[in-house]
Design a protein around this ligand. Structure first.
Ligand code: 5GP
Ligand code: ZN
Length: 114
C-alpha cells in the first residue's frame, strides 16, 4: 500500500535497523523501544491487521512467529522469555495498520496491560 509506513520500510524507502530479511518478511528494531529488546516482525505483503488475515496467510503467520522466537533466542531471551504481541485495531492500540508482531524482552513486563 503506497501510504503505509511499514510497506515503505519493507521496500527500503524508509530506513530501518534490520535484524533479518527474506522474500516474505522483515524484522527490524522498533523506533521507540519499550524494553531492552524490542523488534517488529512484519510480512512484506500488506495485511491491515490480524483481523484481516486470510486463510491462505496462516502458514506465513506461522513463519513470522517462528522467526520471532528464533531472534528472541539470538538476543539472549530464551531463558527468561518475553512477550510476543499483536495489537489489532483501535481497542488493541494498533497505531500502524500493517500487521506486525512485537517482541519485547530483556526486562520483566507487567500484566495485565493498562
Ligand atoms: P502498534 O502500536 O501499531 O502495535 O505498533 C507500532 C510500532 O511501530 C510502535 O511500537 C512504533 O514505535 C513503531 N514504529 C512506528 N513508526 C516506525 C518507524 O518509522 N520505524 C520503526 N522502526 N518503528 C516504527
Ligand atoms: Zn503496509
Amino acid at each position: 500500500m503506497s501510504d503505509c509506513i511499514f510497506c515503505k520500510i519493507a521496500a527500503g524507502e524508509i530506513p530501518s535497523k534490520k535484524l533479518y530479511e527474506d522474500d516474505e518478511m522483515l524484522v527490524f528494531l522498533d523506533i521507540t523501544p519499550m524494553a531492552p529488546v524490542h523488534y517488529l516482525v512484519i510480512p512484506k505483503k500488506h495485511i491491515q491487521s490480524l483481523l484481516e488475515l486470510e486463510e491462505a496467510d496462516t502458514a506465513l503467520l506461522g513463519r513470522l512467529f517462528f522467526k520471532a522466537q528464533e531472534i528472541a533466542k539470538e538476543k539472549g531471551c530464551e531463558e527468561k522469555g518475553g512477550r510476543f504481541v499483536i495489537n489489532a485495531k483501535t481497542d488493541g492500540g494498533q497505531t500502524v495498520d500493517h500487521l506486525h508482531i512485537h517482541f519485547l524482552g530483556g526486562r520483566a513486563l507487567g500484566w495485565p496491560p493498562g
